[in-house]
Write a protein that binds this ligand. Structure first.
Ligand code: SAM
Ligand code: SF4
Length: 330
């Protein structure tokens, strides 16, 4: 089998696919209150087009696919799409990132369709804060969604908390403690620079090291055996005898670009080789102009060739990406 290897010898084996730029929440760090100008439906890739990209990518060594958005569960037909993807040869893991609002409704159907697991974004356990951050009063619904995901076996269920200084950093320990009660994998993520209404301020980002230190000051954490062999960028730990885990993801303070193994496909059919770079390769046109699978494959290889060595968030002249997270898919 051919493999997608970039100019820095990183083997690309993971693809994140945004299926929509629409969302049923309006998180302040992701989009403005009135929402964003949505992409015309005709410019969003159809499910057949996405499935074709997945098939060709899987033929070229991409083994893990994550479906994201906007909010992927608001796109009609998502369960059927997952079911179609799950039949493609070569896929080892199919996962989905969601805000959890529709999760209790969809979890069982997604599991039966062949989804392996979910990541759920949850930044506060305090109802007022949750509402302030997401501009939606849906905390209870999200918590219900988490429970349902666990019950139907979309596991491990990962809970992603973006830590924002002065907003929710006093909840770090509460979040970590959830892993003592239930087998959730709690993952603390550094607040990242994106093109949002509020704008990113570096001093609102708490480094993963400090987050970890705050937890460890209260109780010891133990590295998870083999945790690093796992595929993702998280450093993984657990409390003694805890059923769940805590993990730390530090895109800002300790970039993990050297082991970055991913490509992103935006909802409007552009390949992005780095979350923080505006370089995009247009795949949509090729998918619609009668290009053969070999030609599509060639575009994948071209994209991988221009994948940058690393991001430049910490450099003086770093320019925030022009697209919001909801368009790129996180
Ligand atoms: N709507 C889904 C959700 O919220 O999980 C999927 C798409 S969302 C864009 C993907 C992830 O990006 C979420 O976990 C969200 O918290 C994260 N995100 C958005 N803006 C961010 C920022 N400025 N810094 C860190 N993470 C961010
Ligand atoms: Fe929607 Fe996810 Fe963006 Fe929040 S982070 S507005 S839930 S896409």
């Amino acid at each position: 089998m051919k493999k997608l290897v970039d100019s820095y010898k990183r083997e690309i084996e993971y693809m994140r696919i945004s299926v929509t730029d629409r969302c049923n929440l309006r998180c302040v760090y992701c989009m403005p209150g009135e929402g964003i100008d949505l992409t015309a439906p005709a410019n969003i890739l159809r499910y057949e087009e996405l499935a074709r990209v997945v098939r060709i990518s899987a033929d070229n060594g991409i083994k893990r696919f994550r479906i994201t958005g906007g909010e992927p569960l608001v796109r009609k037909g998502i369960v059927g799409f997952i079911s179609d993807l799950s039949k493609i040869d070569g896929i080892e893991e199919l996962s989905l990132t969601t805000n959890g609002v529709l999760l209790s409704e969809y979890a069982l159907a997604l599991k039966e369709a062949g989804l392996n697991r979910v990541n759920v974004s949850l930044d506060s356990l305090n109802r007022e804060r949750f509402e302030k951050l997401t501009r939606g009063d849906k905390l209870d619904t999200v918590l219900e969604g988490l429970e349902t995901a666990l019950r139907v076996g979309l596991t491990p269920v990962k809970v992603n908390m973006v830590v924002i200084k002065g907003f929710n950093d006093d909840e770090i320990i509460d979040f970590a403690n959830i892993s003592k009660e239930k087998p959730y994998h709690i993952r603390f993520i550094e607040y990242m620079p994106f093109n949002t209404e509020e704008g990113w301020q570096k001093d609102k980002c708490i480094g993963a090291k400090e987050i970890q230190e705050r937890i460890v000051a209260a109780e010891e954490l133990f590295p998870v055996e083999g945790g690093k062999k796992s595929t993702g960028p998280a450093r993984r730990f657990r409390f003694k005898d805890a059923p769940g885990e805590v993990g730390f993801i530090s895109p800002v303070t300790e970039h993990f670009c050297g082991s970055c193994n991913r490509l992103r496909l935006t909802a409007d059919g552009k390949l992005r080789t780095c979350l923080f770079s505006d370089t995009e390769i247009n795949l949509r046109d090729a998918l619609r102009d009668g290009s053969s699978d070999t030609e599509i494959e060639k575009i994948l290889f071209q994209a991988v060739k221009v994948k940058p060595k690393r991001h430049k968030i910490n450099e003086e002249f770093f320019k925030k990406t022009s697209k919001t997270m909801s368009l790129i898919g996180g």
